[in-house]
Design a protein. Sequence first.
Length: 185
Amino acid sequence: MRFPSLSVLAASAVSLSLGSAAAAEPGPGDSPCGEAPPPPLAVPAGNALAFSLEAEGVQIYACTANGASFGWALRAPEAKLSEASGRAAGTHYAGPTWESIDGSKVVGAKLQAASPDATAIPWLLLRAASHAGSGRMAEVTFVQRIRTKGGLPPQQGCDAAHAGAITRVPYRAAYCFYEKGAAPR
């Protein structure tokens, strides 16, 4: 009885693992935005999901005085945006602003928040307050932040001795971008 050579076995293993990886790659219709968010985060009728992006970065907090007490106040997010496939798609920063790699931007204004996970920053519904550029973000009407992980301010370390201190807390989230009557892309 003949046994396959080591090189044939190795080639078969590589082929199987590549086939599994390809099968696990998200398709164009896959989106973390497919499940219904908590009711206060529902996007108004007449708007449809256009695309979604994953964010990984930090929430930046500053230790600030509030009367006689001190607390961590959000200064800005700072995150890289990517497609479900991992391909770079843009950045997310103060405003809050989402900027596509094509240079287009949308700035959001918070409408609602919900906290389905007490260990993470809230999920949000934001309306588009302004746009810049003519690319991917140009027609966005609403943005949802969902599936958040981390990002909460520290529970301690902010007092008179640390006033002005800055801390950067890692977070992850999915952002769902809506347009008037859009078809997913």
